[in-house]
Design a protein around this ligand. Sequence first.
Ligand code: SAM
Length: 339
Amino acid sequence: MIEPQPCSRNSSSPQLSDPAPQGNHITVLREIAVESLRPREGSIYVDGTFGGGGHAQRLLAHDPPIGLVIAIDADLDAGPRARYLANRPGNSGRLRLYHRNFRDLASVVEEAAVPQVNGVLLDLGLSSFQLDQGERGFSFRHDAPLDMRFDQTGGITAADLVNTADVGDLARILWQFGEEKQSRRIASAIIREREKSPIRTTIELASLVQRIVGGGQRSRIHPATRTFQALRIAVNGELDALAEVMQAATGVLSPGGRLVVIAFHSLEDRIVKRFIEAESRTCVCPPDQPICTCDTIPRLVRVGKPIRPSKSELSLNPRSRSAIMRVAERLDLDGNLVH
Ligand SMILES: C[S@@+](CC[C@H](N)C(=O)[O-])C[C@H]1O[C@@H](n2cnc3c(N)ncnc32)[C@H](O)[C@@H]1O
């Protein structure tokens, strides 16, 4: 756990982006995501994607006051922002940050020595801090080493992947995680290029993809966008981590507790949707079986319809355009709603 330290900069501004020179992150669906957790006095919440702390800050400001936010982020850069927030008046002892992958949520909650939590929030993907920090290698708008790791303390970088994976694996990554129609052509071009010299930077990769895919003039998105998304997802094991964290969250939620997930592309959203559907099922017998014999007890129930940013949010924050939020509620051990 990263212990809150005295903040080195004394700012009176309520904006959490203050102490960090990393740029601006506008929290997506901030009010509705926090309200969907149904914050209650003294209750405990996990913010599995602390980032700039926008959701955590809103939770901590809730009236009546909640008890504790257990925050998780794989990125060490979340530390200063958490310390800043933890040192704001009224927040003392109410925020703990864990530098971990959220797939370890169950062990983080155990370490925090709480038996159960009242809500889990996941705001997936990367923050604008990370995207705008050129040296992290997430964006082809900055010339930087191809890194793309949320957690820079370990694991393989995008450059490692691009320079070592075989053509089949590369094509599969681009197809599965980027839905890139030209995955084979791009993968083959990467192999040819790296035989001459390794591909080390964002610009080298983006130019290569642009040469292969072409376009860019009439298309709304840069031709390398899908390739970059695919590599980032692969480097961080994002889809596996998402499936694991939702299992873990369901295990630690108290009955009546809420799971709130904000996804940013269809691959993530499909996993969230299918997970909630699977956990809400009351019967898993084959459809042609006349009588149910499975005694399945659902653990979750879907709450409302998926929520997207409003027009006013979109105009303030165009980066929120692909966000889609789903909410589920934990049932009790008999599969009943708790009020
Ligand atoms: C969209 S940002 C969250 C922004 C935050 N809700 C806010 O309002 O400032 C996502 C954050 O989750 C972190 N993250 C993504 N995947 C993660 C994972 N598997 N484990 C831990 N942190 C992760 C990223 O490092 C990033 O800081």
